[in-house]
Design a protein around this ligand. Structure first.
Ligand code: UDP
Length: 235
């Protein structure tokens, strides 16, 4: 399968058409943005880390009953995926308070929840991805009730699976964002799961091992992304 013309360039990936109308090729970049595009930079090697890590995790999730867009990794940065219609909701699952949750409620980071929280934001850069409650997503026909139930079911399986997996690698899964798409009318997991989209803290030291190193200028950004991939690959 080969790349035809570029369809889209996002903040972290380029998307290309292929000769199969139901398949696309994504090409992961090293560009990094934060705070809705206000902070811009590069994390050298990030594209390779995010591509490889997402593909490992997506294949694992398939075995747990979560359908995903993954088809085939072509190179360090390129993967063939199913062409989905993205559901414009950012689905966020949290196990521990951090980031916008801590800010919104004026609480510290690091409060462990008895059960995971689930929230959705409306995926719209112009509006700054506002938090969107379920009834608003239904009112605007962004999803049907059935699709929302499926998304919740998958989100919890993904959380259980990833929490256990990362713990074996010495990483605590604090929170993460996922996106879903429609393929042949069915909800499937799309986009990526990477240090850009998860918060991961080292089990021993609580050190942040994710994009917060870039967002908050904590240093060792590239080294941390490489270390997370090393642990995920188990070598
Ligand atoms: N997240 C993401 N993309 C976004 C917003 C959040 O991947 O546009 C991820 C983020 O990396 C974290 C989780 O979703 O793992 C929860 O993020 P939060 O709502 O706390 O927002 P943030 O503090 O990143 O603004």
């Amino acid at each position: 399968m080969r790349k035809l013309e570029q369809l889209y360039e996002g903040k972290a990936k380029k998307v290309f058409r292929t000769d199969d109308p139901k398949k696309l090729i994504v090409d992961y970049k090293d560009d990094a943005t934060a705070f809705n595009g206000v902070k811009k930079g590069q994390i050298v090697g990030k594209g390779v880390v995010n591509n490889t890590m997402s593909n490992i995790l997506f294949q694992m999730l398939e075995t747990k009953g979560v359908p995903t867009h993954f088809v085939e990794q072509l190179s360090d940065r390129e993967t063939v995926v199913k062409a989905v219609e993205i559901v414009p909701l950012e689905v966020i699952v949290r196990n521990v308070s951090a980031g916008s949750f801590a800010k919104r409620y004026g609480v510290e980071e690091g409060i462990e929840f008895d059960r995971p929280s689930f929230e959705t934001s409306y995926k719209n850069d112009d509006l700054g991805d506002p938090l969107m409650c379920e009834s608003h997503a239904l009112a605007l026909k962004i999803v049907t009730e059935e699709q929302l139930e499926t998304i919740k079911k998958y989100a919890l399986i993904i959380n259980d699976t990833l929490k256990e997996f990362f713990l074996e690698k010495g990483l605590k899964l604090i929170d993460f964002k996922i996106e879903f798409g429609l393929y042949d009318g069915e909800i499937i997991l799309a986009d990526e799961i990477s240090p850009d989209t998860c918060r991961l803290w080292d089990v021993e030291t609580n050190e942040k091992m994710d994009k917060d190193r870039f967002r908050r200028d904590l240093g060792n950004v590239e080294e941390t992304y490489a270390e997370v991939l090393r642990r995920v690959k188990g070598n």
